[in-house]
Structure formats: structure tokens, C-alpha cells
Ligand binder design. Structure first.
Ligand SMILES: Cc1cc2nc3c(=O)[nH]c(=O)nc-3n(C[C@H](O)[C@H](O)[C@H](O)COP(=O)(O)O)c2cc1C
Length: 193
């Protein structure tokens, strides 16, 4: 690995006005400022069918699942910014992880994830900021052998947290993001030793 870890940042929402996509954009800018090579991935660019074992058996992995696998493999760390749906992982995000985790003949399903650190972030208009959903996301990514940082950031009242330029209005939230991204970069550096 070069001096600058490649960090993949994506939101678990494709909604046009998504607060999580907005926060992912802010996180990408802050990660770049902190010295990372940040890639902001939009899941809307890689639409996937709902996972179905018959579909996989008949046609293999969809082209977009293969592309996402390559993108995941090419990055040393992830930042996942996710909404909470009924206290859990939104189906878009779980479906994406499920497709990417399917093995290939020459490669186990863990390869895109294993041994890489992940930082979890959530945003919600609600007062808990989507933090309950991150428990489930943490468990799923840990089972895929990611090293999920104990620290995480949840943004409550997220519908009121950004200005018209998409910037966070509360400097304390930016600082919490910076702290989390700093932990991720430090962990990436330790793992690269
Ligand atoms: C099916 C569904 C379930 C939801 N459940 C929760 C929830 O458990 N907690 C919460 O804070 N918000 C919940 N919400 C509201 C989302 O936080 C809100 O729609 C948010 O804006 C979605 O994220 P996005 O703006 O990034 O698309 C739910 C929304 C939907 C559609």
C-alpha cells in the first residue's frame, strides 16, 4: 500500500434528497482533506436485482455485482453511511453486501471485505440518528471479517443538518466525523505494517 490508503465511501441510499448521501459526500471531502485517497461510490450507478439463488444459479453474478466486487477489492478501508429502516439495515445496502459476498469459482466471498477496517456512520431525521441500524450493520460486516471500528457517528435531525451547499452547519458534527476518519486512517496504517 502507498502512503495514502484508498478509502471507499458509500451510502446505503440512492434517494435523490438522501441525507445519508449528503453525509457521505461530506465524509469523502473530509477524508481527502485528512490525507486519504477517497472514492465516493453511488450505489445508484450499480443497480442490482434482489438477490435470488435461482438467478445466481442460472446466470451467475450480475455484471454490476462483479464491478462492485472489483471496486471493493481495490480499496483498503470502507466508510459506510447508512439509513436505519425499522431499526435495521436498509434492503438496498443488505442486497448490495449479499451480492458482493457471493463467491466466485476462484475466490471466496470474504475477499472484498476480509481484514479491512470499516467506519460506520448513520443519518436520520429522527432523534437517534439511525444508530440502532448500525448494530446490525456492524454484525454483518464483522461476520464478513471486516474490522469494524468501535467508534461510530450518528447524525440526528439530519434533514436540518446541512446548509444549501450541502455542508454541515454544526462544527461539532464535522469534528466527530474527522475523529472517526482519523481512527480509520490510523487503523489502515497499522494494518498495512
Ligand atoms: C421502511 C422505512 C423504515 C424506517 N425506519 C426508521 C427507523 O427505524 N429509524 C429512523 O430513524 N428512521 C427510519 N426511517 C426514516 C428514515 O430515517 C428516513 O426516511 C431517511 O431520510 C432515510 O435516509 P435517506 O434520506 O438517506 O434516504 C424509515 C424509513 C423507511 C422508508
Amino acid at each position: 500500500m502507498s502512503g495514502m490508503p484508498r478509502i471507499l465511501i458509500f451510502a446505503g441510499s440512492t434517494r435523490r434528497e438522501s441525507v445519508n448521501r449528503r453525509l457521505a459526500r461530506v465524509a469523502a471531502a473530509q477524508a481527502t482533506a485528512a490525507g486519504a485517497q477517497a472514492t465516493l461510490l453511488e450505489l445508484a450507478d450499480y443497480p442490482l436485482p434482489l438477490y435470488n439463488g435461482d438467478l445466481e444459479a442460472d446466470s451467475g453474478l450480475p455484471a454490476n455485482a462483479l464491478k462492485l466486487k472489483e471496486i471493493f477489492i481495490a480499496h483498503e478501508a470502507f466508510v459506510v453511511v447508512s439509513p436505519e429502516y425499522n431499526s435495521s439495515i436498509p434492503p438496498l445496502l443488505k442486497n448490495t453486501i449479499d451480492w458482493v459476498s457471493r463467491p466466485l469459482p476462484e475466490q471466496t466471498g470474504y475477499v472484498p471485505f476480509s481484514g479491512k477496517p470499516a467506519a460506520l456512520i448513520s443519518a436520520s431525521p429522527g432523534f437517534l440518528g439511525g444508530m440502532r441500524g448500525l448494530r446490525h450493520l456492524r454484525e454483518v460486516l464483522s461476520e464478513l471479517r471486516m474490522i469494524v471500528l468501535p467508534q461510530q457517528v450518528s447524525l440526528p435531525a439530519a434533514d436540518k443538518a446541512f446548509d444549501s451547499e450541502g455542508q454541515l452547519t454544526d462544527p461539532a458534527t464535522s469534528r466527530r466525523l474527522d475523529d472517526l476518519l482519523g481512527e480509520l486512517l490510523a487503523m489502515s496504517g497499522r494494518l498495512a505494517l
